[in-house]
Design a binder for this molecule. Structure first.
Ligand SMILES: Cc1cc2nc3c(=O)[nH]c(=O)nc-3n(C[C@H](O)[C@H](O)[C@H](O)COP(=O)(O)O)c2cc1C
Ligand code: SF4
Length: 679
């Protein structure tokens, strides 16, 4: 069997021969090599395509190379590149990969050289989004394009797309073929064609979008023509000895589009026509939130949620079937592989949270893995906002090149940290790892700060993992931790630290200009949660924060049996979610429970049984009657009580996280780590 490895391998994840027998016994399927075409893949873990916004000038620059190299070094058997635009009509941004850009082939070669150091197989995903500015209708780009001249409902999509003429479709096919050849000539071991997630090829497959009457539209077989001709054209260009795969959804999970049976039929047809060497099965239509939620299952959702549908496809075809979808730990992957549902386990967000998770498994350090909690905030959420990928609990991810490895300090300092939430913990473990003496004070019996409260709320249940991931790093780095200890400015100064870090978080805010706000039946979220027995039956939630806490508080109130109504000053509940698809889960809860929702109303006065509002536009009145308790959520404010005295003491003082500016876990862990690596 050819391995097609080139270059000198350094620090590879141990080969099968050197993995400890105990590990092999526990993970016999995970560490079993796999062949795709004539390629040898050293284990069954692959990293599926994920757009990073780390590309430079349309090609892989040092930032993207370092990001992917970390995963290769961490032991991934196969890495599939992020979506590479296969035709200029599909380009969205220079931070994405574009096969025709001059920097692309050069960057690809460098990337392959670096991945070769670790024996990692590397495929490129070829993609067409459906038009320049698919999401935003960017004027300077070309038109959005689609198979047919029909209107398609999609929030945030600007205008109806141009229906492709026959010669335009043929030009796209040629674009895919040319791109595949560029990839082959510049180091890719294979390519995968993206036919999923509601993007252009998927739209040709789906009766929801494709109503053409030429050879590219009509019955199932004709709707397959675009993908079929792309695969034929690619094969013609690249020759026989080069794996070509298709990424396709197992199901669109909505009645009006493709079902699991439809997809099985497509896969069987492509296999029978000998057009594919592997399938990479995913799921959903990204432009329809109730479908998209199946792809990016969120916290509280079942792990490996698409495995049953994928397994049906696996049973129907004989080429290798790859699958990614909330497979987050090696044991879960082993079980799915052992059950014969799939041939390779994609662990993509798992690798964003911890690129070293396979290496740690091999080294019998599973307990050290930073487990992904499925929030999709700093990975998908940021990419959707055109910011580079990272992880909300591991800010080093996506910053490999810019931040580099941690270096030991040459100027050891004694540092006191007050506050053991994500900001304080991130700072503490990073600074201590670099050789500083770090003492961390927290008044709670456990590290985690507000995360410990949040993890008890619906849709946040896995947040506790973040606290535990970080606190483990704190203890391992040798930080001296003082729990149940309220630090005062005197106790801090008495230690004579060189520098002090305040990470004391935030506190709830109640608007004092609202009449009746300080009555006993008015609760902050924290008080409601810690004293639920004081809540009456009929609870009005006023969510003027718009983040996940508000939505989760509503879900919690419903869960404990309260009669709930929700008012917000914003356009809708959850308007500030970092990852908008979470809205699907919360609205499912609202609609199933017939919860009255009142967007656009600002709070005026709270009475004993009634609460008064005015709408934001015409000042009309709203009175909500029969209320026993009111839970009020505003953006929290910084908790900075120690700051004044500490500044007066002349100690060098840093404020990080919520106590500087209350935001979220992503921000807190980022600023903590950033200060820790530079202090
Ligand atoms: C930041 C991010 C970007 C993604 N970009 C792509 C992409 O370019 N092409 C693609 O087919 N899937 C993309 N995906 C989907 C992933 O390949 C994968 O299917 C998804 O993350 C579910 O797998 P996981 O639970 O292992 O993360 C992306 C996912 C993330 C988190
Ligand atoms: S940001 Fe959330 S979903 Fe994304 S990798 Fe990190 S923990 Fe996982």
């Amino acid at each position: 069997m050819s391995t097609r490895r080139s270059g000198k391998m350094v620090d590879p994840c141990p080969s099968l021969d050197t993995i400890h027998p105990d590990v092999l016994k526990q993970f016999p399927h995970l560490f079993e090599p796999l062949s795709i075409g004539n390629l040898y893949i050293r284990n069954r873990v692959f990293i599926s395509a994920h757009t990073t916004m780390l590309a430079e000038n349309g090609g892989p620059g040092e930032k993207l190379i370092a990001f992917l190299e970390a995963k290769a070094k961490g032991g991934a058997g196969l890495i599939i590149s992020e979506a590479v635009n296969a035709h200029p009509s599909g380009s969205e941004s220079k931070n994405e990969l574009c096969s025709w850009e001059p920097f692309f082939p050069e960057g690809l070669k460098k990337l392959r050289e670096r991945l070769d150091l670790y024996g990692t197989i590397f495929f490129v995903q070829l993609f067409h989004s459906g038009g320049g500015g698919t999401h935003a209708g960017i004027m300077e780009k070309g038109p959005n394009i689609q198979p047919s001249n029909i209107s398609f409902l999609c929030e945030g999509l600007v205008g109806t797309s141009h229906a492709l003429r026959l010669e335009e479709v043929e030009d796209l096919i040629e674009g895919f073929a040319k791109s595949a050849l560029i990839c082959k000539d510049n180091g890719a071991h294979g390519v995968e064609v993206a036919a999923a997630h509601g993007y252009l090829i998927h739209r040709f497959l789906s009766p929801l979008h494709n109503q053409r009457i030429d050879r590219f539209g009509g019955d199932f077989n004709k709707r397959l023509t675009f993908l079929r001709e792309i695969l034929i054209a690619i094969r013609k260009k690249v020759g026989g000895d080069f794996p070509i795969g298709v990424r396709i959804g197992c199901d669109d999970f909505i009645q009006e589009s493709l079902s699991n049976d439809d997809i099985i039929k497509i896969c069987k047809t492509l296999e029978q026509e000998k057009l594919v060497d592997f399938f990479d099965i995913t799921g959903s239509h990204e432009f329809i939130d109730r479908s998209l939620i199946h792809h990016y299952a969120v916290m509280d959702d079942k792990l490996g949620h698409m495995v049953p549908e994928v397994s049906n496809i696996h049973r129907a075809v004989s080429v290798p079937v790859l699958h990614a979808g909330r497979i987050i730990n090696p044991r879960q992957a082993e079980d799915i592989l052992a059950a014969g549902h799939i041939d390779m386990a994609g662990m993509t967000r798992a690798s964003i949270a911890d690129p070293n998770f396979i290496k740690k498994t091999v080294e019998q350090r599973e307990a050290d893995i930073i487990y992904c909690v499925g929030c999709a905030q700093a990975c998908m959420g940021r990419v959707n906002r055109n910011q580079h990928v990272t992880c909300f609990q591991n800010p080093f991810t996506g910053r490999e090149h810019v931040w580099g490895e941690l270096t030991n300090t040459t100027n050891r300092k004694k540092i006191v940290v007050v506050g053991g939430g994500p900001a304080g913990m991130s700072f503490a473990w990073v600074a201590a790892s670099r050789g500083h003496e770090v003492n961390l004070y927290d008044d709670h019996h456990e590290l985690g700060g507000q995360v410990l409260l949040a993890e008890q709320l619906p849709l946040c249940l896995e947040l506790g993992t973040v606290a535990r991931n970080l606190s483990r790093q704190v203890y391992q780095a040798g930080v001296e931790v003082y729990l149940n200890t309220s630090a005062t400015s005197e106790t801090v100064i008495a230690q004579n630290p060189d520098e002090v870090v305040l990470a004391t978080g935030s506190k709830p805010y109640l608007p004092q200009n609202v009449q009746g706000i300080n009555q006993n039946h008015v609760f902050t979220f924290e008080r409601a949660f810690t004293q639920p027995d004081l809540l009456g039956d009929s609870v009005l939630l006023i969510d003027n924060d718009g983040h996940q806490r508000g939505a989760s508080t509503a879900a919690w109130l419903i869960k404990i049996g309260k009669k709930v109504q929700v008012v917000t000053e914003f356009s809708h509940i959850g308007s500030n979610f970092e990852m908008s698809l979470l809205r699907v889960r919360i609205y499912q809860i609202f609609f199933k429970n017939k919860i009255p929702l009142y967007p656009h109303y600002r709070l005026i006065e709270i009475g004993r049984k009634s609460v008064f509002f005015k709408d934001n536009y015409a000042d009309t009145d709203l009175e909500i009657k029969g209320i026993d308790s009111v839970v009020v959520l505003y953006p929290p404010i910084a908790q900075t009580e120690l700051e004044k005295d500490l500044r007066a003491s002349g100690k060098k003082l840093h404020l990080i996280g919520d106590c500087l500016t209350p935001r979220n876990i992503e921000y807190a862990s980022f600023v903590g780590a950033r200060l820790g690596r530079s202090i």
